[in-house]
Design a protein around this ligand. Structure first.
Ligand code: LAG
Ligand code: CA
Length: 445
């Protein structure tokens, strides 16, 4: 546990053992959550920290009461000893830490911010990691985000992933493999690239959130209309390898890459627009961030809402479905939640009817969905737009939800009428609270 600063969020990135006990609860509680989620079709992916153990802080104890000693490099609860870590000789820097990101050997064999660096070329280490991940697979998780993948050799990581058991047949059917996402921060300009990891699974595409932030902020003369070919031609991974997100737990608080360009829940209006675009756009495997508010906002260490000891609070749900207790729960914001449904629905269809004028864009996805966004600061977006959708009345899933069913279905937001030509009239004011419209065939009244 880290007490200075007081139980920071990043304490989780310093494992002491592979026991499934954390500030969020016990193994039993975790297993129960996974079980309940699987039952309702929600898959769980674990953020696996397997590049390193704790920082070089001396003697300490983890949240599950396991001890460690970084002078001796020992973690008896795994157990790991000095033989399981990359030596100073193998690393090659004076400090034993990563100093130069242009040196590939250093990035992978030295300590990342002083975190004791495991040697994944050792079969003992590979086996302990494999056992840990297999344990999680047995509990029903669907896959992993592999933390700090850039700091591990791709062939060694690949060997670990390939040694894993199939997912349990009871939950996933026969012969299914864990879905792996590797976290590789590649902004260009370093010798280690995201392309080295595509043989393992999906890879984080950090350029995505940065570029999207730049466009929606309209920095460097960017405009929404330039998004027409947003994807590989922007220097990003081929769509089938990319793992995309507007922001993540690091860059929303200025850790990791992305800087000031990245959009977060602190700027909700434009954040919802960027998420709506991401979810409507057929590039990558998308991730929606879900956060908590922290204060002061400049403090980059503050942990989740917790009791005074640091145990994470449960999340209270308000009557309107939003979260209380300082949980932001972006995934429950109507505009984002409904766009997730939009994405699932239009999967497999192409972008059609692209229309772009400066900071106003509109496009359809096959004959299933249509999105229009007005990010202009003064001009209303209005006119007849071709939606590609069948004739009828549609409930805009940005301004409302469609409730009830059949003849009793009604829309809590604005209703749009699509004529027999597939055209609809839209009018989005530039100062609207949600300057977007999204309709799809599941929201046909
Ligand atoms: C990651 N990806 O590669 C995580 O996304 C990122 O959140 C993790 O860093 C990092 N790798 C290591 O797993 C986080 C914080 C760091 C923090 C680290 C270890 O961003 O700030 O380092 O977790 O807890 C902290 C201090 C350092 C200190 C270190 C060791 O900030 O100054 O050297 O702990 O004591
Ligand atoms: Ca390493």
């Amino acid at each position: 546990m880290v007490w200075s600063p007081h139980r920071p969020w990043w304490e989780r990135y310093q494992p002491v053992s592979y026991k499934l006990i954390s500030r969020s609860g016990s193994e039993q509680e975790f297993a129960d959550m996974v079980e309940r989620c699987n039952k309702v079709g929600v898959r769980i992916f674990v953020d696996a920290v397997i590049n390193h153990m704790t920082g070089d802080s001396g003697i300490g104890v983890g949240i599950a009461d396991s001890t460690f000693n970084t002078y001796e490099q020992s973690y008896p609860a795994v157990p790991y000893s000095i033989h399981d870590f990359n030596s100073k000789e193998k690393c090659g820097t004076q400090s034993g830490n990563i100093e130069n990101y242009n040196n590939v050997n250093e990035v992978r064999n030295c300590r990342l911010v002083s975190l004791l660096d495991l040697d994944q070329s050792k079969s003992w280490v590979k086996d302990r990691i494999r056992d840990y991940l297999n344990h999680l697979i047995r509990l029903g998780v669907a896959g992993f985000r592999v933390d700090a993948s850039k700091h591990m050799w791709p062939d060694e990581l690949k060997a670990i992933v390939e040694s894993l058991n199939d997912l349990p047949e009871t939950h996933f059917g026969a012969g299914q493999r864990a879905f792996v996402f590797t976290e590789v921060i590649d902004m260009g300009g370093e010798p280690i690239t995201k392309y080295e990891y595509t043989g393992i699974g999906r890879v984080t595409e950090f350029l995505y959130g940065m570029k999207l932030g730049e466009v929606f902020r309209r920095w460097n003369n960017q405009k929404l209309e330039y998004l027409q070919f947003f994807g590989e031609s922007w220097g990003m991974l081929p769509s089938g390898y990319a793992w995309t997100f507007v922001d993540n737990h690091d860059n929303q608080r200025k850790h990791g890459g992305g800087g000031d360009m990245v959009l977060t829940f602190w700027e909700p209006r434009v954040y919802k627009m960027a998420n709506a675009f991401m979810l409507a756009w057929p590039y990558g495997y998308t991730k929606v961030m879900s956060s908590y508010y922290w204060y002061p906002r400049e403090d980059t260490d503050v942990g989740p809402p917790a009791d005074s000891y640091g145990n994470t609070n449960t999340v209270p749900i308000n009557d309107d479905g939003s979260c209380g207790g300082n949980w932001a729960c972006e995934h429950r914001w109507r505009q984002i939640r409904n766009m997730v449904a939009f994405r699932n629905l239009v999967h497999g269809t192409a972008v059609e009817n692209w229309w772009g004028r400066g900071d106003q864009i509109a496009f359809s996805r096959g004959r299933k969905g249509f999105l229009a966004i007005n990010n202009d600061y003064s001009q209303t977006m209005s006119g007849e737009f071709y939606t590609g959708l069948p004739e009828g009345f549609y409930c805009d899933c940005i301004s409302g939800d469609m409730l009830g069913s059949g003849d009793n279905a009604y829309c809590t937001g604005q209703t749009l009428s699509v004529n027999s030509m597939g055209r609809t009239h839209i009018n989005i004011r530039s100062d609207s609270e949600n300057p977007m419209i999204a309709i799809h065939v599941d929201y046909k009244l």
